[in-house]
Design a protein around this ligand. Structure first.
Ligand SMILES: NC(=O)c1ccc[n+]([C@@H]2O[C@H](COP(=O)([O-])OP(=O)(O)OC[C@H]3O[C@@H](n4cnc5c(N)ncnc54)[C@H](OP(=O)(O)O)[C@@H]3O)[C@@H](O)[C@H]2O)c1
Length: 226
C-alpha cells in the first residue's frame, strides 16, 4: 500500500537524504518541506516527490492550511533544526527565541496543523540531538540549541501520553554527529563518523518499521560514550 511521508527540513543535510531514501522505495509519496523551494526543486526530480515552501519560524498554521494536504500522512519526520554555537554570555534574546521557535515551537505547531491529515496509525519521528539527551556529554556554546532539543524530547513524551488511547505514535531520535552543512558550519574541521545517507537509512527504517514497538521514547542514536 502506498505510504505518504512528510519530511520537515528537507532542503539539505539529513532531511534531503531522507527524501532521497524514501523516494527510491516502492509505493511511497514524499512531501518535502523547507524554506528553500528552489533548492528542493533542483535536487528532487523524482516523480513521487513534491516540494513545498514552509517556514516554521512564523505563521505555521496559516502556511500549512494554505498548502492543503489531502492524503493521509503515514510518516511525519520533524527534522528541521537550527544550531547557534556561541559562548553563553554572547547568546542574544534573538538567538534563544529563534532556536526555540525552530527547534521546538515550530515543530509543535506544524504537528498540530498536520494532525487532521495524519493517518490513524501515523508515526511521527522527532529529530533531536545527543546534546538534548539527559546525561550525555555536553558541548560548550550549545546552550540555546541543546536546551531547545531537550524540550523537543519532553514534547515527545507529553504527546505520547496525550494520545496514548489512539494508534498515533511519536518517538524522538537523539542523533550524534552527522557530516552535514549544519555540523560543518558549527564545528569547522570536525569530521563526523556518519554520513547523511547512512543516518537517513537508519531513520527511515525506524520510522517505517518500529512505530508499533516504541511510543513516547527518547532514543540516543550514537556510538560514543557517554
Ligand atoms: N548534523 C548533526 O550532526 C546533527 C546531530 C544531532 C542532531 N541533528 C539534527 O538533525 C536535524 C537535521 O540536521 P542537519 O545537520 O541535516 O542540518 P542542516 O543541514 O542545517 O539542515 C537543516 C534543515 O532544516 C531546515 N530548516 C531550518 N530552519 C527552518 C525553518 N525556519 N523552517 C523550515 N525548515 C527549516 C533547513 O531548510 P531551509 O534552510 O531550506 O529552510 C534544512 O533543510 C536537525 O534537527 C538537527 O538539529 C543534527
Amino acid at each position: 500500500m502506498n505510504k505518504s511521508i512528510v519530511i520537515l527540513g528537507a532542503s539539505q543535510g539529513i532531511g534531503a537524504a531522507l527524501v532521497d531514501h524514501f523516494a527510491q522505495l516502492e509505493d511511497t509519496t514524499v512531501i518535502a518541506l523547507s524554506r528553500n523551494l528552489a533548492k528542493m526543486r533542483g535536487r528532487f526530480l523524482q516523480k513521487n516527490v513534491s516540494c513545498h515552501q514552509l517556514d516554521i519560524s512564523q505563521d505555521v498554521h496559516q502556511q500549512i492550511a494554505a498548502l492543503g494536504f489531502a492524503s493521509p500522512i503515514d510518516i511525519l519526520i520533524n527534522n528541521a533544526g537550527l544550531l547557534v554555537n556561541k559562548p553563553f554570555p554572547a547568546l542574544t534574546h534573538q538567538d534563544f527565541t529563534e532556536s526555540y521557535q525552530v527547534n521546538v515551537i515550530g515543530i509543535m505547531e506544524a504537528t498540530q496543523a498536520l494532525l487532521p491529515q495524519l493517518a490513524a496509525d501515523a508515526h511521527i519521528v522527532n529529530i533531536s540531538s545527543m546534546g538534548g539527551f539527559q546525561g550525555s556529554l555536553k558541548f560548550a556554546g550549545l546552550a540555546a540549541y541543546s536546551t531547545s532539543k531537550a524540550a523537543l524530547c519532553a514534547f515527545t513524551e507529553l504527546f505520547a501520553e496525550e494520545y496514548k488511547a489512539t494508534s498515533l505514535r511519536m518517538n524522538c531520535l537523539c542523533l550524534g554527529a552527522v557530516q552535514t552543512e549544519m555540523l560543518s558550519a558549527a564545528f569547522p574541521g570536525y569530521i563526523a563518523p556518519t554520513s547523511p545517507a547512512e543516518m537517513a537509512q537508519f531513520i527511515a527504517d525506524f520510522a517505517l518499521n518500529n512505530g508499533s514497538f516504541f511510543n513516547g521514547k527518547i532514543i540516543p542514536v550514537s556510538s560514543s560514550n557517554p
